[in-house]
Design a binder for this molecule. Structure first.
Ligand SMILES: Cc1cc2nc3c(=O)[nH]c(=O)nc-3n(C[C@H](O)[C@H](O)[C@H](O)COP(=O)(O)OP(=O)(O)OC[C@H]3O[C@@H](n4cnc5c(N)ncnc54)[C@H](O)[C@@H]3O)c2cc1C
Length: 497
């Protein structure tokens, strides 16, 4: 079978790798010049910076993404990773000496004694979920299935809660609620829109201290990783796999149309007028724009069209990449530090959706990719990225006109953690929403996929056109490396049937 894939993001590459593994002829086309979409690297004056994924989940031995790569025989070196959190008037920076797997619980109780009972109750529910994770990893005997069902019953009362209600169930202080829901700001989501139990899945304690064991007793804590040498190792390995299995990847090529005859996908049309015949066509990324421009809405059912007009893609990111002549890790405990500037996430999300940029005042994060990819910087130098989510377009002005001013502001804010950052800067590269549109090939840059809104339907993998599938972070699986890759593999399994 000839499989034509539009987009060499992690979704398209994963679909292509599994199709190639089973002997099909895979042809991928991407407008960018390297594989990976938002997971590709940026080269700048002797430094390299990451545009996308930071911490990768599901990548520990036995976890779903690790197993997916194992099926393809892809082995990549990883190292465990974690992140520190700084709130406006307290912090959750990990202690130099490991304080046990509940150090955050104990620290919170000291900081907020009036909430001690709720904090203990939250951690009991957390432990219960970690036990469920452990059960899900056991051989699925009848006994384990019954234990799982009983354990699930205990979580029933939380099922209909959103993240705001969920955290308020345990904590009186807004300051603790925001510690646990702050990560949703990264997804451009208001905690009132997000599934309550998602709070626990976004806050595995091991994500904040990699010294926490992966598994202990009947609890599975898991953990995050970095790819040693940078996340682009992942798309590079998938691209190499496809080529080794007889597939081809053509870069620097825009696909203009999916060729459709009598409701069946027959191939694609490239922007230079070349037609490529195919038995199966797969769109990766570009969401609504893909269906409007390449497919044609007239080929879709009313239901699919309704999803395309109702789902909410994320906004943009504003990034300042710096090459520096000192080691930032002398000042930071972790190569990834989230700094929040407020506690009111609902107002922050509303501002974002009204195209108002907070300029770093609502929060930003500091990332040091050269920590796990030393060759990103010349000998003795380092890379630092400071970034925030931001509106795709601004209510006033244009990103190009304001980017230098906002970049200066972010550097000033980050100097609270990295002294004299400006003086140690050797080179600087700013990335705005306009640059991200290059990576995603979307009118609205939508850096990380869809906002994970409870009950929202996202574009399904199977479209109404026979032989046309849709994968990637704008599809039903949503964004994130693990979700995109596992979703693309599932889509391939559906498609080949
Ligand atoms: C700043 C940032 C931080 C992130 N942090 C994390 C993290 O910590 N952990 C995590 O797991 N995930 C993270 N992610 C999300 C993760 O990187 C993405 O969900 C995933 O890489 C998306 O892959 P994709 O294949 O869906 O889409 P994309 O990467 O957008 O790839 C789509 C590709 O298709 C191409 N394309 C589309 N249409 C056409 C066309 N018509 N013709 C030619 N080419 C076309 C595009 O050019 C692009 O290369 C982050 C992302 C960003 C941007």
């Amino acid at each position: 079978m000839q499989v034509a894939i539009i987009g060499a993001g992690l979704g398209g590459l994963t679909f292509g790798a599994f199709a190639a593994k089973e002997g099909h002829q895979v042809h991928i086309f991407d407008k960018n010049l390297a594989p990976g979409g938002v997971a590709a690297l940026l080269d700048h004056e002797g430094y390299r910076f990451e545009q996308g994924p930071l911490l990768i989940g599901d990548m520990l031995p036995g976890e779903s993404l690790y197993e997916l790569l194992k099926e393809l025989g892809i082995e990549l070196e990883t190292q465990r990773a974690d992140r520190d959190i700084v709130m406006p008037d307290y912090d959750m920076v990990k202690p130099v000496e490991f304080g046990g797997k509940y150090w955050r619980r104990e620290k919170l109780k000291k900081l907020f004694p009036e909430d001690a009972e709720g904090i203990d109750e939250y951690y009991r529910v957390y432990d219960h979920v970690m036990h469920l994770r452990w059960l899900s990893r056991q051989p699925q005997t009848l006994g384990i299935k019954i234990r799982t069902a009983l354990a699930m019953l205990k979580l029933r009362k939380f099922a209909s809660m959103n993240a705001d209600e969920f955290t308020k169930h345990f904590f009186k202080s807004e300051k603790i609620c925001t510690l646990f829901t702050g990560i949703f700001a990264d997804f451009c989501a208001d905690p009132k829109e997000v599934q309550g139990l998602g709070v626990i899945f976004m806050n595995f304690e091991s994500a904040f201290d990699m010294r926490i064991p992966v598994e202990e007793g009947q609890h599975y804590y898991g953990g995050y990783v970095y790819f040693t040498g940078g996340c682009q190792k992942l798309p590079e390995a998938l691209a190499a796999y496809i080529e080794e299995h007889g597939g081809s990847i053509t870069y620097g090529t825009v696909v203009d149309k999916v060729l459709i005859e009598n409701g069946t996908a027959k191939g694609i049309l490239l922007s230079d007028g070349t037609q490529v015949a195919a038995d199966m066509v797969v769109g990766c990324g570009a969401g609504k724009d893909f269906f409007e421009n390449c497919v044609g809405l007239e080929h879709l059912s009313e239901e699919y069209r309704k999803i395309l007009t109702s789902y909410r893609p994320m906004e943009a990111v504003f990034m300042v990449h710096l090459g520096v002549d000192y080691d930032p890790m002398e000042y930071l405990r972790s190569p990834l530090t989230y700094c929040y500037g407020m506690y009111d996430l609902s107002s922050a999300t509303e501002k974002l959706r009204n195209h108002v940029y907070h300029g770093g005042d609502d929060g930003y994060l500091i990332y040091v990719p050269s920590h796990h990819a030393p060759d990103f910087a010349p000998e003795g130098k380092h890379c630092v990225t400071i970034y925030t989510v931001c509106p795709d377009t601004l209510s006033e002005g244009d990103w190009e006109d304001v980017k230098e001013r906002y970049a200066d502001r972010l550097v000033t804010l980050a100097e609270a953690h990295l002294p004299e950052l400006r003086r140690h800067t050797v080179t600087r590269k700013i990335m705005t929403a306009a640059d991200y549109r290059q990576y995603t090939h979307m009118k609205k840059s939508s850096f990380g996929g869809v906002v994970p809104i409870m009950g929202q339907k996202n574009p399904p993998h199977k479209t109404d056109v026979k032989g046309l599938y849709f994968v990637g972070q704008q599809s039903e699986n949503g964004g994130g490396v693990g979700a995109v890759m596992l979703g693309a593999k599932t889509a391939w399994e559906k498609a080949k049937k």
